[in-house]
Design a protein around this ligand. Structure first.
Ligand code: 9RB
Ligand code: ZN
Length: 368
């Protein structure tokens, strides 16, 4: 079993500027880093190296997504505006005022989409069994006509559409476990029954009023968007229950050729932007569940593409845990230091979490 791994030094150079989280630096707030800074992701890559894991992975070098690739998902106006603002020495913003990028930032965003493409193609052509694209900027909030939520282009969607350009029969399930709603990926495929989008997220976190159970696709795509809005505080038990009681039966029913995971680690217990409690071993266990169902329905084919996750010290542990599980390479950088967090009471499945799972199963007639 080989695992592909995408990282490019330029992903660490995507410049979100001097901010104070989401605020501009001002006389009221000392300038610091934007939440979406290189820290968590660059340190994830560093741990992949220093843990020795990288020697067991197949390193895949990305090339930039072409205009043709980007235009399969985005409007010409969005692409043209990002390109134009990218030539501004002061950079620009992807659309909502919270998604800054630096001078020549278009090229890094195209390289991020290209990283997702390369990771997906390596799985589909059999070069690797599964893969992880550790990219910046992230993609799952970007809609066809605009970027938002720190995202410039919809990396996962661009990868899926270019694969479908070569194989129109390709069926895909996306399983977005970032703590925020995968609204952009959902929007791209909302009327398309070939791609089932599933998002697990904290209820009504970001974007606001997005990701309710009642958002389920439209037209021919009705039923092909599944949303699981979980209450704040959900831990490993709740997430694993969603995986086995919603995600696995939905994947069995859709019978995809590949599973694509927009993978954020901002549902972790240490994340500053989420209020969930997933631990590194929780992410490992969720990966295992996906690998088992992938082995059953699609020869193990899984591609993960990185999204959010803002704890500089815990994202690397979550990421290495997922890569360790994907590759079958044991990595012992985590236990016993953090083992105590796996036995906290919030990992029990609460009645409120049970109610959400039951409501999603009923809305989508998931019976097995
Ligand atoms: C606020 C706004 C945001 C934007 C993005 C995130 C996280 C994204 C992520 C969180 C909060 C806007 C506070 C727009 O990690 N995705 O995976 N907040 N954005 N307006 N206002 C007032
Ligand atoms: Zn997120």
């Amino acid at each position: 079993m080989t695992t592909g791994y995408v990282w490019h030094e330029l992903y660490g150079w995507h410049d979100t500027g001097t901010n104070a989280g989401l605020l501009p630096g001002s006389l009221m707030m000392q300038p610091y880093l934007h939440f979406e800074s290189p820290e968590s992701k660059q340190r994830f890559n560093s741990l992949v190296e220093v843990s020795g894991l990288s020697t067991h992975l197949l390193r895949i070098m990305p090339t930039p997504a072409t205009d043709e690739d980007i235009l399969r998902v985005h409007t010409p106006e969005h692409l043209a505006r990002i390109k134009a603002d990218s030539e501004n020495i002061r950079g620009g913003d992807a659309g909502d005022g919270t998604s800054p990028f630096g001078f020549q930032g278009f090229h890094i965003a195209a390289l991020a989409a290209g990283g997702s493409i390369a990771a997906l193609n390596a799985v589909l052509d059999g070069t690797v069994e599964n893969s992880y694209a550790l990219v910046r900027p992230p993609g799952h909030h970007a809609r066809p006509e605009t970027g938002m939520g720190f995202c410039m282009f919809s990396n996962a969607s661009i990868a899926i559409r270019q694969a479908q350009a070569r194989n129109p029969d390709l069926r895909v399930v996306t399983v977005d476990w970032d703590v925020h709603h995968g609204n952009g990926t959902q929007a791209v495929f909302y009327d398309d029954p070939s791609v089932l989008t599933i998002s697990l997220h904290q209820d009504d976190l970001f974007p606001r009023d997005s990701g309710a159970i009642t958002e389920r696709g439209t037209g021919a795509g009705d039923g092909y968007a599944i949303n699981v809005p979980l209450p704040a505080g959900t831990g490993n038990g709740g997430y694993l229950a969603v995986m086995t009681e919603v995600v696995v039966p939905a994947i069995r029913r859709h019978r995809p050729d590949v599973i694509v995971v927009p993978s954020g680690f901002d549902a972790s217990c240490f994340d500053p932007l989420g209020r969930m409690s997933v631990t590194a071993s929780g992410y490992r266990a969720m990966t295992r569940v996906l690998m088992d169902v992938a082995a059953e329905v699609c020869d193990g084919r899984i591609m993960m593409t990185h999204e959010g996750g803002y704890s500089p010290t815990y994202v690397p542990l979550c990421g290495v845990s997922v890569l360790s599980e994907l590759s079958g390479v044991p990595v012992d950088v985590i236990d016993p230091l953090y083992a105590g967090f796996d036995t906290m009471p919030e990992h029990a499945v609460s009645p409120a979490q049970r109610d959400v799972i039951a409501a999603v199963r009923a809305a989508h007639s998931l019976t097995d």
